[in-house]
Ligand binder design. Structure first.
Ligand code: PGA
Length: 261
């Protein structure tokens, strides 16, 4: 069975003092039954690595350069992230796609660079409100996924974590409904199954205004393996509440699974 995964995306937030407080509050309290990670801004990787040593919280970055090394001023390579103990690198977050020109081909190259350095890419995909309203959700997601598959190759798809983050739900306080999320997650699972025998091993997360109250129903969905959490990952009580919802959802999934045997 897939383990639930809850990842905090701090975005461009934090400072040395607040990071220490947050990570000290989280470290002893995250549940063992769930995989948890925080994706911190680049300058704080060393601090986070030190504060998380011995804790069961994984470390990640929010982006990565497509190139391995060299004259790329301002960029950070996947090997550098690995050097700082990162396990994950987010690629293709909608804020990068919309504000920094990351198109799906570039996202694919970033995912490949991450994998080559032994990192797990967390590939974000999602549609805008306009695209959803015009019935284009699946076509948009298929386009984003196909472009990445073309670059990383079908055999590598099972090494990804995929995060479905509808653009209209990010930072709006309005999470997608469980029914909307399950429809998309099952579409993504089907897309994977058409390309790899490892589709059932891929963790598919939901992201977009997840809060402790909304996390339970979202994480309990058949194809849901946890969440990518923005604003609520900056508040210890909220992030821990979301991790707890993931623990409960995985316990319930386990019971259902045992019942089926
Ligand atoms: P949010 O952000 O939880 O603040 O909506 C999620 C994300 O952008 O990953």
């Amino acid at each position: 069975m897939r383990r639930k995964l809850v990842v905090g995306n701090w975005k461009m937030n934090g400072d040395l003092v607040r990071n220490r407080e947050l990570l000290r509050a989280l470290s002893p309290r995250v549940p063992d039954e769930v995989d948890c990670a925080v994706c911190v801004p680049f300058p704080y990787l060393a601090q986070a690595r030190e504060l998380l040593s011995g804790a069961s919280i994984g470390l990640g970055a929010q982006d990565v350069c497509e190139f391995a090394e060299g004259a790329y001023t301002g960029e950070v390579s996947a090997a550098m992230l690995a050097d700082f103990g990162c396990r994950y690198a987010i690629v293709g977050h909608s804020e990068r796609r919309s504000m920094f020109g990351d198109d799906s081909a570039l996202v694919g190259r970033k995912a490949l660079a991450a994998m080559r350095a032994g990192l797990v890419p967390i590939l974000c995909i999602g549609e805008s409100l306009e695209e959803r309203s015009s019935g284009g959700t699946e076509a948009v997601l298929r386009g984003q996924l196909d472009a990445v598959a073309e670059i990383v190759g079908a055999s590598a798809l099972s090494e990804l974590v995929i995060a479905y983050e509808p653009v209209w739900a990010i930072g709006t306080g309005q999470a997608a409904s469980p029914a909307q999320v399950q429809r998309v997650l099952s579409f993504v699972r089907g897309w994977l199954a058409d390309r790899t025998s490892g589709a059932d091993d891929v963790r598919i997360l939901y992201g977009g205004s997840v809060k402790p109250e909304s996390a339970g129903p979202l994480f309990g969905l058949p194809d849901s393996d946890g969440g990518l959490i923005g604003a609520a990952s900056l508040i210890a009580a909220q992030f821990l509440g979301i991790c707890e919802a993931a623990r409960v959802a995985s316990r319930d999934n386990m019971r259902q699974f045992e019942g089926l045997k």
